[in-house]
Write a protein that binds this ligand. Sequence first.
Ligand SMILES: [Zn+2]
Ligand SMILES: [Zn+2]
Length: 300
Amino acid sequence: MLWAHARFRHARNVDIQTRVAEARRARPESEAWLGLLDAALGESEDGAVWEAAVPKPAADRPVKAPLLSQTQITFAGRAARRWVDGMVRRAARVRARRIDGLALLEAAVCQDDTRIDALARTAGTEPQPLRVAGQMAALPLLQACGRSLARELPAAWWEGYCPLCGAWPVLAEYTGLERKRQLRCGRCGTRWAIPALRCVFCAETDHENLGYLAPEEDEQMRRIEVCQTCKGYLKGLTTVGALAPWAILLDDLMTVPLDVAALERGYQRPERPAYPLEARIAERRRPLLGFAFAAWKEGA
Ligand SMILES: [Zn+2]
Ligand SMILES: [Zn+2]
């Protein structure tokens, strides 16, 4: 039923189209999720609304705060709200007017599920589809921030969470001849280096407590990095070149068997986000008209 969603663009990039089609064939059970991701990647390609809203990082943020921490993100018109409303209608099957689209976008950027669940309760809808709608609706903005703010990333970053948006990494990538460990964020696409022997989640560095699980037939390419101290896991991938930002969530979906293997062995990923961003999102409805202030002159 393509007609029902004809308002959404699909991604025009041929590589994205091919990978999304592959994912649809391999994971038909994820069709609804993939439809939202496809729409979000298509929206990202036409990035003017989103690029224009990329905020200036707060100069006085704490050393360990990601770039988007405590930023003010302002949209010049209603395009962002309309985009979120469309995703809400599609994902949550609820009349979008019952949910404040910008409040949902803000909560999703901040990974604040408690706030999203409260929005769902008020609108009388299920929280889970609204969480997914929020995550996907936030992708074009976060990917625009990833592109525009890359130059402002700190030169050294020792935290396990994304230096730009505060999310836990989706995977660790090992590329090039040196096979250096690079973490990848599935939201903004940011890539940052971190030592191989260091747990992303709890900063454990004792090699006795760090290890990996590898599928028997595929030891070089894929593995699951595990920490005995916090029982956290992270998927690892050895590749020739870094994944494109849009490819990270698709790769995450295609490697779900690794997540299942990790969960079955008692490992998990943290439920809570790494860093509360406290970013604010607002809309500037109308430009101010050109009035200038003039003081009353004495005796006038
Ligand atoms: Zn990020
Ligand atoms: Zn750990």
